[in-house]
Design a protein around this ligand. Sequence first.
Ligand code: ADP
Length: 377
Amino acid sequence: MGDIEIVEVTHEYYNPHTRQLVRALEEVNLRVRDGEFVTVVGPSGCGKSTLLYLVAGLLQPTRGEIRVDGERVRGPGVDRGMVFQDVAVLPWRTVAQNIGHGLEIQGYPRGEREAIVAHYVQLCGLKGFEGKYPHELSGGMRQRVAVARTLAVKPKVVLMDEPFGALDAQTRITLGEELVRITMETGSTVVFVTHSVEEAVFLGDRVVVLSRRPGRVKGEFEVAVPRGARRYARMMESERTEALRRTILESIRAEVDRGEESLPPSAGRGGRGSLRWWKHRTLAVLVAIGLGAGVLEGWSAAAAPRKVVGEGFKRADASRLRIELVLPAEEYHIRFLRRWGVLEAVEGEVVVLRDVGRGGVERVSRLYWVRRVIVLE
Ligand code: ADP
């Protein structure tokens, strides 16, 4: 089972930069049936990722409720796995170790784990690559590993945030076809966010269009092509698919045309790189807690970032952190991070902070422009 009910969900963020609340989603109602593959599109900044994070339980809605199989989502859980665009695999683990990571955390005995890993290696087209490290793989293969790792713990729901967004067009198509086949086999419910209408129509049983921010469900479009018949070339040649694609595109364009406000609040004002700051979408709060000088892998689709922070919190008090941002550090980030500790070094996307005070680790790891936090000492 993997039936999702999103009921009257509104979500607001506090933006410390402007000291204002940003309403990302407003009264969203959406039902995703067990085993369904739903794609979500909408103008940039309309709350697509926010919606996924809410279902994942990484955020709590300001109002409304989300239920999976009738049970209210109160935090992350192993029943919901997530695949991101670029924070996918643990570089110090082989393909097989990455795929088995969630199972390991859940305490599966070795033999069983190996059998499951072998199954997903096969299913996701990774045969022969089991012993390779992520840096030895292409971007497309790395995303296969991320998908396999998420599926291996058999989540009821798979949440995908533009997982193929960083890949070239051909790889995207190949992986899309593979994903359709794989999810047919696993029967998982999928919610897939993308900014590509073509991809949304190609993959989804249903395409959900969100309005500009605050995002509401503006329209829902069934794609009447059975999953078994989804071949990219054939679908794109079909007049019916083309007409649907155009309708959806026009629907999104109308939202973007509804005025300047569709841009995030600080866009266009420039200064302090604010446009770039806003353009960077909420990425995963990926936290790897280090022990001693080493780095311990502390994250998997199955583990709750907030929980990991919670566990490492006391230990990490007054410690030295390596903070990896989703973009090269700007003055604003540095000023913000200085509140929580002493700046030791800044280089590109990496900031080292020491003497981090009480609560600092947790706070820093919640910033949406922070990709991951590694406790060095
Ligand atoms: P999308 O995925 O559709 O591009 P997001 O869900 O990433 O949109 O963001 C929706 C809106 O909420 C955007 O205007 C974004 O700038 C804002 N937002 C996202 N995360 C945060 C955050 N942590 N703090 C403040 N505002 C945020």
